[in-house]
Design a protein around this ligand. Structure first.
Ligand code: A2P
Length: 272
């Protein structure tokens, strides 16, 4: 099993969870059930994915609610505000219907709206009320994270950002390390596109593992977390099985050499 990180709020975060972005609502219950059966300790959902009712139903049906961490995210349309965040949370919590929401995150900072600090204040309130255990953010840059800290005194425990060997985000990771923030990668496999990289293929062959396992092991060895996605039960299981091998310093350096700035998802500054 991948390691369990400790967040700056004292709560655990399993290094590997599985993501529900673009999982069709009609498929979600089966996908979540397969993930739980494969042993995933963390399920990364969000209101925008439009599958929270199905996610909650699968978690309840599993009978293992207490062993699982479930994350949700506030989207913030048409407005981002303190009150809208509380209202959006009520909807997600009702759809999930799993009691306390383990992790609740701001999906995008949308800096042009200049409202993310108010959203963060609402998140802090939800945590104080015990409706959410851990609050976090996604797609924040260092300056935006610093504003949360300066204006509320609450450092985000998690920042979920696009990260993979093409775009490792080393500078942001360094800021995170200095401030006790866990880097959690979305599209950790570059939406699957990294799996065709010849350097990684060669490394995986030498180590006797899959390319996805090499990339996920890289995330873990950087001290971060990741939420890979797969609709296939065997691949889901394999992506969680990262223990039997290690990347040497040389391997880590070769992977670092793959950085080329390629994004496989939206640039946060285009999300307003
Ligand atoms: P599939 O669902 O057919 O397994 P990311 O997590 O970066 O968004 O990447 C998800 C993509 O990577 C999906 O297209 C998924 O396809 C593919 N993928 C995930 N795990 C593996 C794996 N172990 N081997 C091959 N492809 C994988």
């Amino acid at each position: 099993m991948p390691p369990i990180l400790t967040l700056n709020d004292g709560h655990p975060l399993p290094a590997i969870g599985f993501g529900l972005y673009k999982v069709d609502p009609a498929e979600t219950e089966a996908v979540v059930t397969a993930g739980i059966d494969a042993g995933y300790p963390l399920i990364d959902g969000g209101a925008f994915y439009d599958n929270e009712r199905q996610l909650g139903a699968a978690v309840r049906a599993s009978g293992r609610r207490d062993e699982l961490l479930v994350a949700s995210k506030v989207w913030g349309d048409p407005v981002q505000s303190y009150d809208q965040t509380l209202a959006d949370f009520d909807r997600s919590a009702a759809d999930l219907d799993i009691g306390v929401v383990d992790i609740y995150m701001i999906h995008w900072p949308r800096p042009a709206r200049n409202a993310y600090v108010d959203v963060w204040r609402a998140m802090i309130r939800l945590r104080e009320e015990g409706r959410v255990r851990t609050i976090g953010v996604c797609n924040f840059n260092a300056q935006e994270l610093q504003r949360l800290e300066d204006e509320t005194g609450v450092v985000a425990p998690i920042n979920q950002v696009e990260s993979h060997p093409w775009m490792p985000q080393h500078d942001l990771r360094e800021y995170h390390r200095e401030h006790g923030i866990v880097t959690q990668a979305w599209s950790p496999l570059g939406r699957g596109r990294l799996l065709e990289d010849p350097t990684l293929i060669e490394m995986a062959e030498r180590l006797g593992v899959s390319v996805a396992q090499v990339v996920l092991r890289w995330h873990v060895q950087l001290g971060g977390a990741a939420v890979p996605k797969s609709r296939n039960a065997d691949r889901l299981r394999a992506n969680l099985d990262l223990d039997g091998f290690e990347l040497s310093e040389q391997d880590m350096a070769r992977i670092a050499g793959l950085e080329n700035g390629t994004r496989t998802g939206s640039d946060p500054k285009d999300r307003q």
